[in-house]
Design a protein around this ligand. Structure first.
Ligand code: 26V
Length: 848
């Protein structure tokens, strides 16, 4: 039903054994025409851009499939250790250009198309973003897929094939409206292979009968069987002929149990049943910070885990004889707690299906699994009601119960009488299953995603676990794929870098440091500025076409793009803009550096305050953009439907990068790294990986402000903060806060009441008032530096030059060597040089 595989015709490819990078322009052109005709049954001249895109993508997929086959047959011979990255989200964005670049045929393709009068960019823009993620966590998973393949490791993603990705955001009257993201409108995804032969069954509900004649057996009965069908998306490595797989599972009804239409049953109820079952993988939950105990979400989590582990174990047993080899040949990574049911599910498979005893099964499970924590926000920590878990997953619940009992007993032996400690670490407590506790107990490694985040886990959020098993805890600072975020997204900058230091930086991103000496070369800095201008013009053109707003390309492009959340403090940015605007209105001749404030981001549909923040930004934009008195010195824009493709347009065109979360709340951030790599200067708090960015670029090349994480955590712990005092002591701040509710904005006076109350009545949980003055001061410093072209460009250059360490190739290599203990050699340079580490992570530095 869904398959499109018959549309791909290998016979249209150039010579069978030809490597993609050796294909000539003429051969590519002919293969493209042949593919168009075979796929659409009409000549090129009659096809739409969309049809041309489909044919081009199909042709590229054909080329990748050859490498997929050779990679798989090679691995079947060599049996390298395989890593499986389990994640409920993979935010892939578009893949056509990435695949062309990774195959080394981007230029060949562009030339071939131009001979046919077609612009490659036009076809690239036809691809829908695969938005199977909310934000940072999902995009990180996608960057890791790219790095795993680039490094050539046998690493695969396991996720869900949501029928609808993250909602499409429309702004109407300043408010966010959510539309379904129908990314599969052609019913299939051009990059995927449906593999019905590799389907597995996942069981929900029913009851467990314990049989004790001889060996104890657990018999699961009266359950509902849901079929998990895999769709494999090939992931091509950068010019190395390696292809890994992202396996996305889709729920289907078990036809063998419900062939009722044929047997004269009630068709309507059957259709309803089918809908019910298949709705399991219909939607991605659009929350990224607020845990909701929805049963469908728990079903999704178990579906992902069970389908993935069953298929992993099937392939393991095909190639290996002894289960004791499991941790040496397989690593399974749990990306946040969403796949934490991997712990009891692997136990279930080893005990019930493979016949192991508890102790052996537990030993193998812990040695196979590892877990990354991505947030310290208490409201995001997942806890499932015991009743729900027991009802939906009776056998899994039994196993969790047993794990909990044994774990608590162990804790009791070590900390006798310390009930409070044991209660705080229990996997089941207060009638809830604590997923982070389950993940920690069942993994051999637990890591945070930036140095300060790991320190907070160790010293505060997970302190009891750290005291119990300090050896499990480690830090792996996040990274981003420089192939997407620099090489592809910013081709002019990439070309300049290659002309200047040669092409090796693509393979060895830390080589970007060789750019640093050019800080003294004004000619080079001029070129850098020209490239930024080119990118700004491109963004300005897009803004004019879409929003009919003219922006001044000489102004500072100041971007704040990320999910909308109180802790990310978009409102603090708004408050600075309001203050700047107030100053301009008082004195229209005030000599300020013109600014374009760019916002983008989605709010979770049920997150009232975040949605009001969007309205606040849009209301402010209307007021400022239409006020002639300020002579276009500032503009504010909220760009609709922020996604990966929009990020690729905005980031290379930005001068300033807003990373202004309340210190201690942002685990790492990865947008911060993307901006840095594209030569934008960070204005930020000492939070998440901003700290590593400051260390790498140098304290002179970033604008830091605000409370430290330690100060924030002390306020949270001991109190002592009074928002009113700050409000009353700073008249400029007072004006801005009052303006939220005093009729300054032409809206209902209650429109922004929530913001006002959060700041004063609720004592400003995220310290906007406290950080306001130092933020405004940092913004002034930034603007003053911007006036001096060469000082500014030097800062940009130092950011680019020291961004190589943030490549996810480095991050991924750390996981591969330190956590998964992969047996394939990971060249040491992939991890950057010791001096790079020393610079970015000075040893013994405590941040809290
Ligand atoms: C959390 C939850 C909470 C329960 C409801 C559904 C849901 C869905 C997704 C998430 C993920 C939140 C965690 C997350 O995205 N963390 C971000 O991870 C990035 C990659 O490590 C990191 O850079 C960001 O700082 C961090 O906020």
């Amino acid at each position: 039903m869904h398959t499109n595989s018959n549309l791909y015709c290998p016979e249209n490819l150039p010579a069978q054994n030809m490597k993609p990078e050796n294909i000539t322009v003429t051969e590519f052109k002919e293969a493209f025409i042949a593919k168009i005709e075979a796929m659409h049954g009409k000549p090129l001249s009659q096809t739409s851009d969309r049809e041309k895109f489909q044919a081009l993508a199909a042709l590229v997929r054909d080329l990748i499939s050859k490498n997929l086959i050779t990679t798989n047959s090679q691995r079947a011979k060599e049996h390298p250790k395989q890593v499986y990255y389990l994640s409920i989200e993979f935010l892939l964005g578009r893949l056509l250009e990435t695949n062309l670049v990774n195959l080394g045929i981007r230029d060949t393709c562009a030339k071939a198309l131009s001979l046919l009068g077609i612009e490659l960019g036009t076809l690239i823009d036809q691809e829908e973003d695969a938005g199977l993620g909310n934000g940072g966590l999902g995009r990180l998973a996608a960057c890791y897929l790219d790095s795993m393949a680039a490094i050539g490791l046998a690493g695969h993603g396991c996720g869900l094939r949501y029928r609808y990705g993250l909602f499409e955001q429309r702004i109407i009257g300043g408010y966010q409206h959510e539309l379904p993201d129908n990314w599969l409108k052609d019913r299939s995804y051009v990059w995927e292979y449906r593999r019905p032969d590799e389907k597995v069954a996942v069981r929900f509900g029913g009851a467990v009968r314990v049989q004790t004649n001889g060996k104890t057996r657990f018999i699961h009965e009266n359950y509902e069987r849901v079929i998990a069908v895999p769709y494999d998306v090939p992931v091509a490595g950068y010019k190395n002929e390696i292809v890994n797989t992202l396996r996305l599972w889709s729920a289907e009804v078990d036809v063998s149990h419900h062939n009722c239409c044929i047997h004269g049953n009630d068709c309507n109820s059957v259709i309803g049943y089918k809908h019910g079952v298949e709705s399991l993988t219909d939607i991605l939950y659009p929350n990224d910070t607020h845990y909701e105990g929805k049963v469908l979400r728990l079903k999704q989590q178990y579906f992902l885990v069970s389908a993935s582990l069953q298929s992993i174990m099937k392939s393991f047993r095909l190639h290996h004889h002894s289960l004791s080899e499991l941790p040496d040949t397989i690593a399974v990574h749990i990306n946040d707690t969403h796949p934490a049911l991997a712990v009891p599910e692997l136990m279930r498979i080893l005990i019930d299906d493979c016949g192991l005893g508890w102790d052996d099964a537990w030993d193998l499970t812990v040695r196979t699994l590892s877990y990354t924590n991505h947030t310290v926000l208490p409201e995001a920590l997942e806890k499932w009601p015991v009743g729900m878990m027991e009802h939906l997953l009776p056998r899994i619940y039994m196993i969790i119960n047993e794990i909990n009992e044994r774990y608590c007993r162990q804790l009791w032996d070590k900390f006798p009488g310390d009930w409070d400690r044991i209660r705080s670490m229990a996997i089941i407590a207060d009638n809830q299953v604590h997923m982070a506790h389950l993940a920690i107990a069942g993994s051999h490694s637990v890591n945070g995603v930036a140095e300060i985040h790991t320190q907070i886990l160790k010293k505060s959020v997970m302190n009891n676990f750290y005291t119990h098993t300090p050896g499990k805890f480690t830090n792996v600072t996040n990274g981003i794929t420089h192939r997407r975020w620099l090489l592809t997204a910013n081709p002019m900058l990439a070309d300049l870098i290659t002309e200047t230091i040669g092409p090796d930086w693509v393979e060895y991103p830390c080589n970007l440091a060789q750019l640093a000496p050019y800080a003294k070369d004004t000619g080079f800095l001029d070129t850098l500025a020209n490239i930024k201008m080119h990118n700004k013009l491109k963004l300005a053109k897009y803004i004019k076409a879409k929003y009919n707003v003219v922006v001044d390309v000489k102004s500072i492009f100041d971007s704040h793009i990320k999910r909308i959340h109180a802790y990310k403090r978009q409102t603090l940015n708004v408050m600075h803009i309001m203050d700047l605007y107030n100053r301009l209105r008082e004195n229209p001749n005030l000599d300020i550096v013109p600014r374009t404030f760019i916002f983008g981001g989605k709010a979770a549909p049920g997150y009232y305050r975040a949605k009001k923040t969007i309205k606040l930004i849009n209301t402010l934009a209307d007021k400022i953009n239409n006020d002639k008195s300020i002579k276009d010195k500032i503009k504010v824009l909220f760009l609709e439907n922020y996604n990966v493709s929009h990020a690729e347009l905005i980031i290379p065109a930005s001068d300033a990068s807003e990373q202004i979360s309340t210190a201690s709340r942002e685990a790492s951030g990865t947008g911060n790294m993307k901006f840095m790599m594209n030569g934008a200067v960070t204005i930020g708090t000492l939070d998440g990986a901003n700290i590593e960015i400051r260390n790498a670029a140098g304290a002179d090349n970033i604008f830091v402000f605000g409370l430290s994480a330690e100060e924030v955590l002390n306020y949270y712990r001991y109190g002592g903060y009074n928002a009113w005092d700050i409000y009353n002591s700073d008249p400029r701040l007072k004006t801005v806060v009052d303006q939220l509710v005093n009729g300054f904005f032409p809206v209902d006076p209650d429109e922004f009441r929530t913001h006002h109350e959060a700041l004063l009545r609720h004592n400003d949980e995220y310290f906007l008032l406290k950080d306001f003055a130092s933020y405004v001061a940092a913004q002034c410093r930034l603007a003053e530096v911007y006036r001096d072209k060469y000082i500014w460009q030097k800062m940009c250059l130092m950011n680019i030059a020291h961004s190589g360490w943030f490549s996810s190739d480095r991050t991924f290599s750390e996981y591969a060597v330190d956590i998964w203990e992969m047996d394939q050699p990971v060249p040491i340079w992939r991890r950057c040089q010791p001096e790079d580490y020393e610079r970015v992570m000075p040893e013994h530095d405590a941040y809290i």
